[in-house]
Design a protein around this ligand. Structure first.
Ligand SMILES: CC(C)(COP(=O)(O)OP(=O)(O)OC[C@H]1O[C@@H](n2cnc3c(N)ncnc32)[C@H](O)[C@@H]1OP(=O)(O)O)[C@@H](O)C(=O)NCCC(=O)NCCS
Length: 201
């Protein structure tokens, strides 16, 4: 496990679009790379990659201060991000409601957007269930703990039974649900550390 840097962004963005649903995947690898470039420029970002012989096998990204991470990412890479968003909207006008929803949806959402968050995790298909996801979660939790956080949240699509199995195996507990971009999501939380393993809120 090593920190995710700008050298990994193209591979990570491609893996993101291959494995994850949501706004970034709909926008495509180029726009996704612009967002990741912003995230890794933010001091609030916590992110790791797992590298194999053929490159990035998995990655995890989140933050102890996700709102700060998002705003610092936008500030750091404003023109790159907005130009990719504009290009994606011109290429596929059907994405415009998603982009507008992405800008307003977080503020209107049913969960605390300031809570420490595991925002993205993905492992290359074919590498699944080989323990890479678990190692990424451990590295993420160690980094969060080093910053003083003992609890984090995440969102997962209700239809993603594999990820739900993975999160529940790791002691994450459902604390809510909501609907965004036409899909149903569950919100999970995990309190980690010696005494609180498995408690959700
Ligand atoms: C979710 C994901 C990151 C798990 O990574 P992984 O490397 O396969 O996870 P691990 O090998 O560490 O799995 C550990 C445990 O998680 C659970 N798990 C993993 N994949 C599972 C699946 N398909 N179905 C049910 N449980 C699963 C199991 O309990 C597993 O232990 P076991 O193999 O001993 O039964 C990976 O499947 C993935 O990238 N999925 C696509 C992207 C995605 O959905 N990301 C989350 C979006 S919210």
């Amino acid at each position: 496990m090593i920190p995710l840097t700008s050298a990994h962004i193209v591979s990570v963005a491609r893996l993101h679009c291959e494995t994850l649903t949501g706004l970034l995947s709909a926008l495509g690898p180029s726009a996704t790379a612009a967002f990741y470039d912003g995230y890794v420029a933010s001091p609030a970002c916590i992110a790791f990659v797992d590298l194999g012989n053929c490159g990035v096998r998995g990655f995890i990204l989140g933050s102890d201060e996700p709102e700060a991470m998002r705003s610092q990412a936008l500030r750091a890479r404003r023109w790159r991000i907005f130009s990719r968003l504009g290009f994606a909207a011109l290429r596929r006008p059907s994405l415009v409601p998603l982009i507008v929803g992405g800008a307003t949806g977080l503020r209107a959402s049913a969960f605390d957007t300031r809570a420490p968050e595991l925002t993205y995790i993905a492992v290359r298909s074919g590498q699944g269930r080989s323990g890479i996801g678990s190692q990424l979660v451990r590295a993420f939790e160690q980094a969060l703990a080093a910053r003083g956080a003992r609890r984090y949240e995440l969102s997962v699509e209700t239809a993603n039974s594999a990820a739900i199995g993975f999160y529940e195996r790791h002691g994450m507990v459902q604390i809510g649900q909501y609907r965004q971009f036409g899909a149903d999501y569950r919100r999970y939380a995990k309190v980690f550390g010696d005494d609180n393993q498995g408690k959700g809120a």
